[in-house]
Design a binder for this molecule. Structure first.
Ligand SMILES: *Cc1c(COP(=O)(O)O)cnc(C)c1O
Length: 347
């Protein structure tokens, strides 16, 4: 695995912060050029966020050394590319239609992108994936449940890829809390080339604090820690995460409500004449195929309801992505859709 790492990263001498050089207890800290006057935020945050990781480790049943915390999972995606992919030389593999950040992060790093589309039912095309691997393919991003399609990937297929691909497999589980399928978190013990991403942005209701998690073996986590900015997760974020981790029931409540609302929304959507297909969802959103997606989208915008028009993506022709909202919001959406008859020109 360590041979996959860029040589400059392997040999990197990481920045040594004041907080990481002295870790013990003391009465007087005059080492970090901080302002000494206590206003709750005058000190630098814990660079390794130990208190937060302790809580996450207990909740998820992993070791603290198997956790990286970043400024959103987007930071973890970017760091993975910078750790493993030599610019203008290596590549990542993505499986469209999928989350856009893999591609954007690779482009920023001047790393090539190999695309292997999902099958017509949005599953992994395992043979095509393995056939297109070249020595330069360092990272494979699998999003499960997938954004924007909403479905989970077949676990046996993921296992086959883990067994046969020699690069790093990143399984992005941003929506796992809404899924019927179990997390692959406990596979990290078994597969040294597996990284699992999760986030506080969806089920936890904390998109605004920017906190993402990466789980893997401690060798890969050490690489993240070596490359990350020293104080990448600020004190406000760490406090908010600790608070949420002390009231897990709140998150469970959110998830239950969203799952009930998802079911209700689907039951209403199937009745509408211009809905052609509702793709199965394991997420907090649903992808629907409609007649004349652009017009329906614009009609909703005109009514002040914003959904996501995904109709230009591969395999998503005429598809709109609807996030599950609050019960009232979903009701309003349904009312709005019901008022459109098949023959109306939408507006
Ligand atoms: C929303 C989302 C994320 C979350 O990113 P954060 O930076 O943690 O907010 C990650 N992956 C996918 C597939 C997503 O849809």
């Amino acid at each position: 695995m360590i041979n996959l790492v860029r040589s400059n990263i392997r040999n990197l001498e990481p920045y040594s912060s004041a907080r990481s050089e002295f870790k013990g207890k003391a009465n007087i800290f005059l080492d970090a050029n901080e302002n000494p006057f206590d206003n709750k935020y005058n000190r630098y945050p814990d660079p390794l966020q130990k208190e937060v990781k302790e809580k996450i480790a207990t909740l998820k049943g992993v070791k603290q050394e198997q956790i990286f915390l970043g400024n959103g999972s987007d930071e973890a995606i970017d760091l993975l590319i910078r750790i493993f992919c030599e610019p203008a030389q290596d590549s990542i593999m993505i499986l469209p239609p999928t989350y856009g950040m893999y591609q954007v992060s690779a482009n920023i790093s001047n790393v090539a992108i190999q695309e292997v589309p999902l099958t017509a039912d949005y599953q992994l095309d395992v043979n095509a994936i393995l056939n297109q691997v070249i020595p330069a393919t360092k990272l494979l991003f699998i999003c499960s449940p997938n954004n924007p399609t909403g479905n989970s990937m077949n676990q046996a297929a993921i296992r086959k890829i883990l067994d046969n691909f020699e690069g790093i497999v990143v399984v992005d589980e941003a929506y796992i809390d809404f899924s019927e399928q179990t997390s692959l978190l406990n596979w990290i013990e078994q597969y040294p080339n597996l990284v699992v991403l999760q986030t506080f942005s969806k089920a936890w209701g904390l998109a605004g604090i920017r906190l993402g998690m990466a789980f893997s073996n401690s060798t890969i986590i050490d690489l993240f820690n070596k490359v990350k900015p020293p104080y990448n997760v600020n004190i406000l974020t760490q406090h908010a995460a600790l608070k949420a981790l002390k009231q897990v029931e709140q998150t469970e409540q959110y998830i239950q409500t969203i799952l009930i609302e998802r079911k209700k929304l689907i039951a209403e959507l199937v009745k509408l004449p211009f809905i052609q297909k509702i793709h199965p969802s394991d997420s907090n959103f649903i992808l629907v195929k409609v007649k004349e997606a652009d017009r329906l989208y614009q009609h909703l915008v005109d009514q002040g309801i914003i959904i996501r028009n995904r109709s230009k993506l591969a395999l998503c022709e005429d598809c709109l992505r609807i996030t599950i909202g609050k019960p009232k919001e979903n009701q309003t959406l349904i009312q709005m859709l019901k008022s459109i008859s098949l023959n109306t020109k939408y507006s």
